[in-house]
Design a protein around this ligand. Structure first.
Ligand code: NAD
Length: 468
């Protein structure tokens, strides 16, 4: 469903009407368009606090992009400055007209809260120099691994800082996110840096992603089609977010098995024909579904690499008015089916090495929602499942979740107008997301080099004001 207000407010008449009436003025978001598009274009300013552990890897990742790099600690190279433990001073002069597509700050070296001043020193003179649709990315250390309380406090402080920055820059279509590295995980951050700096993360803001060190050997990928040779199962692929996930994974090189209920076969077939995939008619809540899916994957491909649990339903009613079958269906489709399918694929050893499982949760599962006790319960259960499974999976297999906020689909088009408008605007970007925004986040999880990205729940919600 199209957002007519977003279109109107970006016309000259609409812009001045919104200004006069004090209404939100959402900026159209730039999304990833061309296969050969670099992950970031424009000028990138990089800074680091003393002892930054990620700065050398950042230099390698960003150095390989066509973006022009500026360093806050001139004139040393990124690597030299990390070795020398330089401070983030010597910023670009405040009178320069230079605009930045991204500000990247390595705060991983911070050891105590006095060092938080480096954030102010770096961002205060530069934040107003961000162009529209820009990116702020901060790299820190996971506080869970910090040796002292002072260090944990300084690293945890980055979360509040990032979220507040996201709220300040969202009105220009810009985002702010934080990566928390485990010790020694610097080499595992490339796919995440690329994702969070690129237009693929257009609707992801105020998020923290944890990156762990992996013993899995590094894999070389084709940046244009990183999923080449992979087989993906996408449930609920006939429409909405699932259709977009199927298209995005196919665009990135995967062969897709699209699954949906038998009643949706006509639409599903159109999707899978378009992306040269295979269609599977299956109700994931049926007793035979896990074995049926496993047999299909085995027969056609000998196994599977990517499992995307997207199929979902809402059956809204306040708890006192909720019929029993509403409760049962919401739990069965949104939660139990995912567990049973994974159990079967894993027990038959069909999920291949360096495989990926991605579950689609919801901000309703994080914040709860009126009339959605069943749905929120199931989507929250998905998060618990992902966090527990992340510790158990082996062979480089990861599991993560996305938690979409307001996404423009048939599900949200069916909402009453006032609730729909509120849902659309109540986020830092003042607009709803598109199915492709969820799909791109899933593409990042599925990237073969995202092996250190495990057990995360990243919201694709434009930094919704709802929830924590
Ligand atoms: P949708 O209703 O457009 O699509 C869901 C798909 O799942 C449909 O094709 C449906 O046929 C399929 N499905 C339902 N029950 C099934 C079953 N038993 N077996 C097989 N397939 C089944 O919904 P959507 O908006 O595209 O949502 C996709 C996912 O994203 C869902 O898990 C949903 O809960 C989640 N989500 C959506 C939003 C949003 O704003 N649209 C927000 C948060 C989370």
């Amino acid at each position: 469903m199209s957002d007519l207000y977003l279109k109107f407010v970006n016309t000259p008449v609409g812009k001045s009407a919104a200004q006069t009436l004090g209404l939100p003025s959402p900026v159209p978001l730039s999304r990833w368009k061309r296969p050969d598009q670099p992950f970031i274009e424009g000028h990138v300013l990089v800074g680091a606090s003393a002892g930054g552990k990620a700065i050398a890897s950042l230099g390698t990742i960003l150095g390989a992009s066509p973006a022009e790099l500026f360093h806050a600690s001139a004139p040393a190279s990124l690597e030299d400055s990390a070795k020398a433990g330089s401070k983030s001073t010597a910023l670009v002069p405040s009178d320069t007209n230079q605009r930045f597509a991204a500000l990247v700050f390595d705060a991983s070296g911070m050891k105590d809260t006095a060092e938080l001043r480096a954030l102010y020193d770096f961002f205060h003179p530069t934040i107003r120099k961000l162009s529209g649709n820009a990116r702020v990315l901060i790299i820190g250390q996971d506080p869970a691994n910090c040796k002292s309380a002072a260090q944990a406090a300084s690293q945890r402080a980055l979360e509040g800082f990032t979220r507040a920055v996201g709220k300040e820059i969202g009105k220009k279509g810009s985002t702010a996110n934080l990566l928390w590295l485990a010790p020694g995980a610097e080499k595992q951050m490339e796919s995440s840096v690329r994702f969070f700096l690129s237009p693929r993360s257009a609707y992801v803001s105020g998020q923290v992603a944890r990156i762990s060190k992996s013993s899995q050997s590094e894999v070389a990928t084709n940046p244009v089609a990183p999923l080449t040779g992979k087989v993906a199962l996408v449930t609920g692929a006939s429409r909405g977010i699932g259709e977009s996930i199927a298209e995005t994974l196919a665009r990135d090189g995967a062969t897709v098995i699209g699954l949906d209920i038998p009643q949706a076969m006509e639409d599903l077939q159109k999707v899978t024909d378009r992306i040269k995939g295979k269609a599977l008619a299956c109700d994931i809540t049926s007793a035979e579904a896990p074995k049926q899916i496993a047999a299909f994957a085995k027969e056609h491909f000998g196994g599977i690499d990517l499992v995307i649990h997207n199929a979902g339903i809402t059956r809204d009613k306040t708890l006192g008015n909720m019929p029993e079958h509403f409760w049962d269906m919401a739990i069965a489709v949104n939660l139990t089916a995912e567990e049973l399918i994974d159990e079967e694929l894993l027990s038959q050893d069909l999920l291949r090495e360096n495989g990926r499982i991605v579950c689609v949760s919801s901000i309703s599962g994080i914040a709860g929602n009126f009339g959605q006790t069943n749905y929120a319960c199931a989507k929250s259960g998905v998060i618990g499942y992902v966090e527990a499974m992340a510790k158990q999976l082996k062979n480089g297999i990861t599991i993560n979740a996305v938690a979409p906020g307001f996404i423009e689909t048939q599900m949200t088009a069916a909402m009453p107008l006032t609730i729909r408008e509120a849902g659309r605007r109540m986020n830092s970007l003042s607009q709803g997301g598109l199915p492709v925004d969820v799909a791109e986040a899933i593409g990042w999880y599925c990237n073969p080099t995202s092996v250190g990205v495990n057990g995360n729940v990243v919201r694709v919600c434009g930094q919704s004001l709802i929830g924590k």
